[in-house]
Structures are given as structure tokens and as C-alpha cells.
Design a protein around this ligand. Structure first.
Ligand SMILES: Cc1cc2nc3c(=O)[nH]c(=O)nc-3n(C[C@H](O)[C@H](O)[C@H](O)COP(=O)(O)OP(=O)(O)OC[C@H]3O[C@@H](n4cnc5c(N)ncnc54)[C@H](O)[C@@H]3O)c2cc1C
Length: 453
């Protein structure tokens, strides 16, 4: 949407085809009886003033700053997230002693033999020792990804854990660091009203004000390629199919789905790579509660293996105006695959899982629960398994041959980007299309070596 808005402003006619009823993708919001709902916690942060200015255009004065608060809940107590040295001191005594012994044991082992950074598990174990790895990273990661952390690429850890080791955590706790890693950024932007989706809806307004079109509820189903160009895009809306010839295409469709819809189909090895790139789905269960607030946190991680919910967020803490007074809304996240048993459970069953988990650990009482809503999102996380890089390279090399196509954004590059990265990528694509110059949009993704969703 940032790309479309910039192009429309510069007088380039644009047509946006969006599958969903509203624009925004993973950063959409919807209204539910006066409660504004995002897809999990969405804080907007960028170190670059030009990116903040970019979202000021669609939001105008509908923007405020928040002081980030997020914690981990386990052993029936809260721990700070991002990790602080004091977290270790809050662990049950025996666990704490084991954590320290394990950490120093690992340091000693590393003097004699290196452990390769060849998986998420090794990357973190090596830096934090076995016990802290399991408590703060391993269980949560396995629960979220549903594959053993030994099968997850170290890229995921590199992008997610910005700390070198436990000693780094202690230093960050005691001394204020000069360059604050993204995970530690404490202030962020958020719209006062309308949820995070106000950004994309604002971009939509700009596109339409400049005479361009946004067609929602319109799914792209086919892409006709002739030589090194896309010549036609087929889409479906309300059961009616439509073919349109195109000049240039910018796609944020998941990269593997895009190649699968090409006509003629790409070679077998490209299709094989597309099939092998996997995503994780998330089910968002929204719980309306008859109480003022549950926590002061924007979000809380729930790593314990006996809970199906892995994180909750409370939108009221992003903006008071997201909820009617006297009530609050929690969003509980459950990861799964988009064809598995959990995905196919009924809304009532999923609600019961969330209510049981969260009331069971004392976050609210069952009597507080008023109503629920369930939303299933198939392409939530690109799965960084050990082969993802090779598979992705095959697709990127193949798509490079198509001269009037830019596959970008989180899905188009299969990359853990954040909203600011997507906004920046869109703006860069627009700039290079209108001026033929500027750094590549993919560079934004390459620089995006930290993520927090
Ligand atoms: C749970 C969660 C929490 C997050 N928290 C944060 C956060 O706190 N801060 C942050 O900066 N980022 C966060 N993110 C990441 C952020 O949501 C994404 O980086 C950003 O929204 C990606 O935008 P995008 O446009 O690149 O991709 P997407 O949002 O995935 O948009 C892709 C769009 O393409 C459309 N589409 C796909 N296929 C078709 C088709 N065939 N036809 C037509 N349209 C199609 C989709 O409907 C969608 O609108 C979070 C993500 C998740 C899942």
C-alpha cells in the first residue's frame, strides 16, 4: 500500500488487487462491536525519521507514542522481555543455580571445542547454556514452530535474538547501551484510533484520492508470462473471473504461491522449491472480558509447554480508544499448520482452549469472559527450516528473469520483515519505478536483520 500510495501521488495510475475484504494484510485491523482488533501485537518502530514521516501521511495526527511493556509469564510469575539479568534471579532457586552452572559449563566446553551455529538450538545453547536455552527460548520456539529447534535455521535466532550471550544480557541490564538493538527499543508509534490497520487504510485513501483504484475481495489467481514479461493478470471477485493486461506488476503474494500461479508453469525444480517453502499459520482468538484490564503489557509470551496459547496481547495498552470503557479485549495466538487438526477445530473449541489456558494460569476469571471471535491466518510466519535458503534462492533466481515484476514485502521475499521494512520496501519500489534509480527494495530486507513478531 505504501508503494501504491507513492505511485498514485506521483501520477502513475495504479490498480491494487487485494484478496481480503480490507487492505492491511498482517497489519490489518477490524472492528468488532466497538473493539478494535489487530492480528496480534503490532508496534510500529523505525530508527529512520523518513519512514515515520511516511506513515504520518496516511495517519495525519492519528498517531501517538507508547512506552513498550512486554513480559514472559511462567512459573506463575512475570519475567521481563527482552531478557534482563534480573530475570535469572527471579527463577526458582534450584533452576537458577542450574542455569548458572550450565552457562559456565558451556563456556568451559567452548574453550576446548567449537559448537557450530548450524541450527537455532545450537546458536542459543552455545550463548546461554542448556537451562536458559530451554526455559527462555527452546520450549517457546518449539511450541510456536512445532518442529524441534534443531531443525530451525540459525537465521531465525540471528534475526530474533540480538544479544550475544548471557553476559551481554547482564551488561545491557547494568549499563545503558549506545546502540539499542531493536528488541530493546522501548518506544513505538501506534495509531490513536482504528488500530494498526489505520496505516494501510490511510494509504488506500491516498491512492483513491489520486484517482487510482483499490479492489478488495479480489484474489489474483493467474499470471500470464510471455518471454521475460508478465502480460496479463487474472483475478476473481465474487465468483467472477477477470483478465487484465498489465504494464508492471508489484506483488506481495507469498513468493511460492506466485510462481505456482504462472502460465506457463515454471520448470519442475522451481515448483519443487515452491512446494518445499513452508509457512506457519496463526489462529487469533479474541476474548472480550468484563474487566477494566488484565495486564499493563502490550503483549505477554507464554512459553510453558502445557499451554496451547503462546502469546497474548491487550490492545487497550496500545491505545485506550480501542475498547469501550470498563471492558478489555485479549488476543490469544495459537500457531498451527493451515491443514492440521488445530486449524480445523471449531471456533467454540478454540475459544475453550484459550479461556482454559488463560484463566487456568490466573490471568482472568472464567466469569469475566463475555464473548469471543476467531480469525485464522494461513501465511503468518515464513518457516525458516534448514533448507529454506536453498529453496528461496531457486525462486528468486527464477523470478529475476521476469523484467516487469517486483516480488516484495514479507511474503514476496519470504523474510521476517516488520511493518517499517514493508513500508520502506514499497517506497523504494515506487522510487525506482518513477526515477529508475535508488537502492534496491530487497536491500531493505537484507538490512532487516532483526525482527520481533
Ligand atoms: C502476529 C504478528 C505480529 C507482528 N507484530 C509486528 C510488530 O509488532 N511490528 C511490526 O513492525 N511488524 C509486526 N509484524 C509483521 C508485520 O505484520 C508484517 O511485516 C507486515 O504486515 C508485512 O506487510 P506486507 O505487505 O509485506 O505483507 P502482508 O501483510 O502479508 O500483505 C500481503 C498482502 O497480499 C495479499 N494477497 C496475498 N495473496 C493474494 C492474492 N492471491 N491476491 C490478492 N491479494 C493477495 C494479502 O491478503 C495481504 O494483504 C507482525 C506479524 C505477525 C504475524
Amino acid at each position: 500500500m505504501s508503494c501504491a500510495a507513492d505511485l498514485a501521488e506521483k501520477g502513475v495510475p495504479v490498480e491494487v488487487l487485494e484478496d481480503q475484504p480490507e487492505v492491511g494484510g498482517l497489519a490489518e485491523s477490524f472492528d468488532w462491536d466497538g473493539f478494535s482488533c489487530d492480528l496480534g501485537p503490532h508496534r510500529f518502530h523505525s530508527n529512520r525519521e523518513e519512514i515515520i514521516d511516511h506513515i504520518r501521511k496516511p495517519l495525519q495526527d492519528n498517531l501517538h507514542m507508547r512506552d513498550r511493556m512486554s513480559r514472559i509469564f511462567m512459573f506463575r510469575r512475570f519475567f521481563f522481555y527482552p531478557l534482563r539479568g534480573s530475570n535469572v534471579l527471579r527463577l526458582p532457586k534450584l533452576v537458577m543455580i542450574k542455569a548458572f552452572l550450565d552457562y559456565w559449563w558451556m563456556r568451559l566446553q567452548l574453550v576446548f571445542r567449537d559448537i557450530p551455529d548450524d541450527s537455532f538450538e545450537n546458536y542459543v545453547r552455545k550463548r546461554f547454556g542448556n537451562t536458559l536455552y530451554k526455559i527462555f527460548f527452546g520450549t517457546y520456539t518449539e511450541k510456536t514452530w512445532q518442529i524441534p529447534p534443531s531443525q530451525i535455521s540459525p537465521d531465525w535466532a540471528g534475526q530474533r535474538i540480538t544479544l550475544l550471550n548471557l553476559w551481554d544480557v547482564v551488561k545491557k541490564t547494568l549499563f545503558k547501551p549506545k546502540n539499542v538493538p531493536r528488541t530493546y527499543v522501548s518506544r513505538f508509534h501506534y495509531p490513536k484510533t482504528g488500530g494498526i490497520g489505520s496505516i494501510s487504510r490511510g494509504y488506500r485513501r491516498i491512492v483513491e484520492e489520486h484517482g487510482s483504484t483499490v479492489r478488495t475481495g479480489t484474489r489474483v489467481t493467474g499470471v500470464r508470462v510471455e518471454g521475460d514479461r508478465i502480460v496479463q493478470v487474472t483475478s476473481t471477485c465474487d465468483g467472477t473471473s477477470r483478465d487484465e493486461s498489465v504494464e508492471t506488476v508489484v506483488s506481495t503474494i507469498p513468493i511460492n504461491r506466485l510462481v505456482e500461479m504462472m502460465d506457463p508453469l515454471p520448470p519442475a525444480e522451481v515448483l519443487e522449491a515452491a512446494k518445499n517453502l513452508k509457512h506457519k499459520a496463526i489462529i487469533f482468538v479474541y476474548l472480550k472480558l468484563d474487566r477494566e484490564k488484565v495486564t499493563d503489557d502490550h503483549w505477554v509470551y507464554l512459553p510453558e509447554g502445557h499451554l496451547r496459547v503462546h502469546r497474548i496481547s491487550e490492545f487497550k495498552n496500545f491505545s485506550e480508544q480501542t475498547c469501550p470503557p470498563g471492558k478489555t479485549l485479549l488476543c490469544a495466538e495459537i500457531t498451527c499448520n493451515d491443514d492440521d487438526e488445530t486449524w480445523n477445530q471449531s471456533d467454540d473449541e478454540l475459544t475453550e482452549i484459550a479461556v482454559k489456558d488463560l484463566s487456568g494460569i490466573g490471568l482472568f476469571a472464567r466469569e469475566d469472559f463475555l464473548d469471543s471471535k476467531v480469525k485464522r491466518v494461513p501465511y503468518a510466519y515464513p518457516l525458516y527450516d534448514l533448507d529454506y535458503r536453498d529453496n528461496l534462492q531457486v525462486l528468486i533466481q527464477f523470478l529475476k528473469k521476469i523484467k516487469n515484476l517486483t516480488s516484495t514485502g514479507r511474503q514476496g521475499l519470504f523474510r521476517y520483515g516488520n511493518m517499517d521494512h514493508s513500508v520502506a520496501m514499497g517506497a523504494r519500489v515506487a522510487r525506482s519505478m518513477t526515477t529508475g534509480s535508488g537502492p534496491s527494495h530487497a536491500q531493505v530486507a537484507a538490512d532487516a536483520n532483526e525482527s520481533f513478531d
